[in-house]
Write a protein that binds this ligand. Structure first.
Ligand code: FPP
Length: 272
């Protein structure tokens, strides 16, 4: 049972927004492109890394709120395969912040029954980061609430290439070289095998791009773009994204079954 008192103070904006959310139609998987840390810092005359540091508070609030809403999965895009091109100091700071976050937040993850998993080319990260990720993953492995995925050294195209290579290795092992691959078999070899696809993709800071994030998995995701910069993104913005998601009509390439006019037209045509 979702405890609403833990999600909003009485009389707050959050409470008003929460009342607009249909708790029976929540997204099952929210994916987030956390963008705008650099601009947030620049607008305050601060070094870029201060934007990342402040972004941690948003990560904390959004993960905790997702757990309280009893969402099954959230995936945050924290470091892409392209992010290595950033200045060395910025990359080192991001990795340091990640380690610090994992160490500090482990008890909160445990208290909220959150299971943590990194996705991406994890073996390409510094061994000290890998150690910290493994530790958090192992400690939270038996938790049964929110699955919290962090995409690190992640690229959607890289994932698809890695998936093809995993499939080739499965086929070799099973001596099935002439097998025909279908979508389910392919998806079962993604980093996100067995995880429901995102039904809501949020991007902060107003950019209209998917930036190589979960390319296979977002095929039918609803996209919510907000101008809010990631370090300013709070619970109320998550609620707004969910309200926006619930206002969409999801047809998966089909038609709206409640569109009576269309069915009348089809009947008339078949009777012609
Ligand atoms: C994009 O902003 C943000 C990132 C590349 C990193 C996101 C990382 C964090 C929020 C902190 C660490 C994460 C965790 C999970 C502990 P940008 O720098 O591209 O912003 P800009 O487009 O304004 O320059």
């Amino acid at each position: 049972m979702i405890d609403l008192s833990k999600l909003a103070e009485p009389g707050s904006i959050e409470e008003t927004l929460l009342e607009k959310i249909d708790l029976n139609r929540l997204p099952r998987h929210i994916a987030v492109i956390m963008d705008g840390n650099g601009r947030w810092a620049k607008s305050r005359n601060l070094p870029r890394v201060e934007g990342h540091r402040s972004g941690i508070a948003s990560v904390r609030e959004i993960v905790e709120t997702s757990a309280r809403l009893e969402l099954p999965v959230i995936t945050l895009y924290a470091f892409s395969v392209e992010n290595w091109k950033r200045p060395r100091y910025e990359v080192a700071t991001l990795m340091m912040l990640l380690k610090e976050y994992l160490r500090k937040e482990l008890s909160t993850l445990m208290d909220n029954n959150i299971r943590f998993t990194p996705i991406g080319r994890i073996d390409g990260l510094d061994p000290s980061v890998q150690r910290e990720l493994r530790y958090a993953q192992e400690k939270t492995a038996a938790n049964t609430g929110l699955l919290f995925q962090i995409a690190l050294n992640y690229g959607g195209r890289a994932e698809i290439v890695d998936t093809v290579n995993r499939i080739m290795s499965t086929l070799r092992d099973r001596e099935m070289s002439d097998a025909v691959i279908d979508e389910d078999f392919f998806a079962a070899h993604l980093y996100t095998a067995n995880i429901t696809d995102p039904d809501l993709l949020i991007r902060t800071s107003g950019e209209l791009r998917v930036s190589n994030f979960l390319l296979w998995q977002i095929a039918y995701a609803e996209i919510h773009v907000t101008k809010v910069l990631w370090p300013d993104f709070r619970k109320r913005h998550l609620f707004e994204a969910i309200i926006d998601f619930q206002s969409r009509e999801r047809r998966y390439g089909g038609v709206d079954p409640s569109d009576k006019q269309m069915f009348v037209e089809a009947e008339n045509k078949s009777g012609e």
